[in-house]
Every structure is written in C-alpha cells, then in structure tokens.
Write a protein of this length. Structure first.
Length: 105
C-alpha cells in the first residue's frame, strides 16, 4: 500500500517436500518502479523466512527478460545459480527461468 493504494504484492512459498526452502515472489505496479519497494519487500520476506520460519535457503525465480527483477535480487544479495529450462508454465507454453538464491550461513 502506498497512500492507501494497492501497488503490488509479495509472498513467500514454502517447498512442501523440502520445508527448509522458500521461494519469494513479488510484483509492483509499473508506476511505482524504481522506488526500492520490491527490494524492501524482499528484505522483509527474507527476514521472516530465515528468522521466523527457520528456512535454510530462499530462492527467487524470474523471467530472463525481467532486468528489473534481476536488479532487485542482486541488490538484496542473491546469487544467480543458473537457468532452469522450461520451468515456467503459462497455459500451454513453457519458458525458461533464472534461479537466484541465498542461503543461511
């Protein structure tokens, strides 16, 4: 929320087979890009993931064309681990995804 207006969303999903891994997802209305909102959301979710949920690893998956999402992941200290081929399904189509991750030390 920004001045009472919904401008995006975020969340953390726990891997049901490996409950020590979480995946952060986020989106911000285009009119609010470049204000650090997504980075702040990732930081808050990461703190919840590591400190409250006791996760050992948090992942961020993204479309390779999404340069801004890549910047958010890097700004928050996530490391690129690779490309997951055909990892995202949209209807009948499949696309690749970058995998960024951070692990607890």
């Amino acid at each position: 929320m920004c001045n009472g207006k919904l401008i995006g969303g975020c969340g953390i999903a726990i891997n049901q087979r490996r409950k020590y891994i979480g995946e952060i997802g986020y989106f911000i209305d285009e009119g609010y890009w470049g204000r650090g909102i997504a980075s702040k959301a990732v930081t808050i979710l990461e703190n919840i993931g590591f400190e409250t949920l006791h996760l050992k690893r948090i992942e961020i998956l993204m479309n390779p064309k999404n340069i801004d999402s890549k910047k958010v992941a890097l700004k928050c200290g996530y490391k690129k681990e690779g490309i997951m081929k055909k990892a995202i399904k949209d209807g009948d189509n499949f696309s690749d995804s970058y995998l960024y991750a951070k692990v607890v030390h």
